[in-house]
Design a protein around this ligand. Structure first.
Ligand SMILES: Cc1cc2nc3c(=O)[nH]c(=O)nc-3n(C[C@H](O)[C@H](O)[C@H](O)COP(=O)(O)OP(=O)(O)OC[C@H]3O[C@@H](n4cnc5c(N)ncnc54)[C@H](O)[C@@H]3O)c2cc1C
Length: 359
């Protein structure tokens, strides 16, 4: 009989690990401190990025053993404003999929929970465990390494399926804001990478600017928010424990797209238990370059973000297929390697980086 694998946290990373393990004949016990999955979200629309790998993200999830049993709307276009100018970006295949987060039917969290339960996993809600006692730690963002804070509003709307971005330091300091709509649900959000105490004012400014360009109504609005944690040198193993998702420090430091890494790292940890291969090795291979690229991208974003990001937006606009542009920028290239020491020294203090992170 195989040992029961204990998993701390029922987010995308922990639930994926449970699904993959159960399907391979392992018993899993998932501890979730809240009374259901996705309790920090209220139907928030989030983007499942489809640019960092050649393989389509949904095809990758299926190849890992997941079913796509959650609502998922493909987007090949995004209009970005900076308050003065607008850029219509597009790509040949979906650049991202909009999904919903929360405990409700149709959300990613609910879909993964259903798959885990159907595969035979036990989820203990309202229960926790010391991280040292877990086999897989999937407990989400590391508060001490917070790098971004989000605040937004989710609502019902008659706005047709659409995606708008806003780059403007008055509305989203060193970050970005967005207005998304899919299947009658909307989400307006700002993401700050500094000056976190300004977040409420930034959300009001975000709404004000979007209303100048887009006509939308908000029915049944609810405030949402959260944070992202990042480690330049992610920690994949601690003693005997596997660290996955944001608990490992995995995040995209440019814009905070962490779902794909969470799901993939959860699956890699499970596969390593099943096959006896090294999780550390496969995870480093998959994520280290991207983590470093994201860090340098953040430095480039802040350095070349003068004139309300219009230089950067013009540069992306000229690139042709915008999905391909992002693919190249999310994977470590020569420019990243050259800019890395400058990025490290510029962002060291703000992001509490250790000199061991320079590799
Ligand atoms: C407002 C907001 C918008 C975002 N938008 C996007 C987006 O558009 N695209 C994108 O890719 N990413 C986005 N992200 C990031 C994305 O949500 C995360 O990267 C992803 O959910 C990480 O998954 P995870 O499983 O590692 O952690 P989490 O989703 O945080 O799950 C961790 C789980 O562990 C539980 N837990 C924590 N501690 C304990 C404990 N001690 N005991 C038991 N249970 C515990 C938590 O309750 C939670 O259920 C956004 C994040 C926020 C906050």
């Amino acid at each position: 009989m195989t040992k029961t694998i204990t998993i701390l946290g029922a987010g995308p990373a922990g639930l994926t690990a449970a699904i993959v393990l159960q399907k391979a004949g392992y018993q899993t016990l998932v501890y979730e401190k809240n009374r259901d999955v996705g309790r920090v979200f209220y139907g928030d629309l989030q983007g499942l990025e489809n640019w960092s790998e050649d393989i389509d993200v949904l095809a990758e999830f299926e190849a890992l053993g997941l079913a796509i049993n959650f609502d998922c709307t493909p987007f090949s276009a995004l209009t970005v404003f900076n308050g003065e100018k607008e850029w219509p970006f597009s790509c040949a295949r979906p650049g991202f999929y909009l999904i919903r987060r929360g405990a409700m039917d149709g959300s990613l969290d609910h879909g993964l929970k259903e798959q885990a339960l159907a595969a035979g996993a036990t989820i203990l809600f309202n229960q926790s465990l010391a991280a040292a006692k877990a086999d897989i730690v999937a407990s989400g963002p590391i508060v001490s390494h917070r790098f971004a804070v989000d605040l937004g509003i989710v609502f019902k709307t008659s706005l047709p399926d659409s995606a708008y971005g806003l780059v403007n330091d008055q509305a989203a300091y060193k970050g970005y804001a967005y207005l998304l709509a899919a299947k009658g649900y909307g989400c307006l959000c700002t993401v700050l990478f500094d000056n976190f105490s300004e977040i409420h004012r930034c959300l009001s400014e975000t709404e004000r600017i979007f209303r100048k360009f887009v006509d939308f109504e908000m029915e049944d609005p609810k405030k949402v928010g959260g944070m992202g944690g990042f480690l330049l040198a992610p920690v994949f193993e601690k003693e005997h424990r596997f660290m996955v998702g944001e608990a490992a420090g995995l995040q995209d430091m440019l814009w905070g797209f962490g779902i794909r890494s969470a799901v993939v790292s959860g699956a890699l940890a499970a596969q390593s238990i099943i096959s006896g291969t090294s999780y550390q090795e496969t995870a480093r291979h998959r994520f280290l370059g991207k983590q470093k690229a994201g860090f340098v991208n953040r430095y480039l974003w802040e350095t070349f973000g003068r004139n309300n990001y219009s230089h950067i937006m013009d540069r992306i606009d000229r690139s042709g297929d915008h999905r391909k542009f992002f693919h190249d920028f999310y994977n470590l290239n020569l420019l990243h390697r050259l800019a890395y020491p400058f990025a490290f020294h510029s962002l060291k203090k703000r992001y509490n980086l250790l000199s061991d992170d320079v590799q």
